[in-house]
Design a protein. Structure first.
Length: 64
């Protein structure tokens, strides 16, 4: 899968907090800030293309 420039607009940055780091250590998950207009399939495709991994599930939440 090739990387497209718009995929960099979907995945904005990783979230580096104590809770996100603990989630990564215990359940092998990574936390990203993404565009608010991004859908779960768009996020899945962007992560798979940018990092070369197979995504099991995408969980989203909207926070202030």
């Amino acid at each position: 899968m090739s990387v497209k420039p718009e995929q960099y607009d979907i995945i904005r940055r990783p979230i580096i907090t104590e809770k996100a780091t603990l989630t990564g250590e215990t359940s092998n998950a990574v936390v990203f800030q993404v565009a608010k207009s991004a859908t779960k399939p768009m996020i899945r495709n962007a992560v798979e293309a940018l990092f070369g991994v197979k995504v099991k599930a995408v969980n989203t939440t909207i926070t202030k």
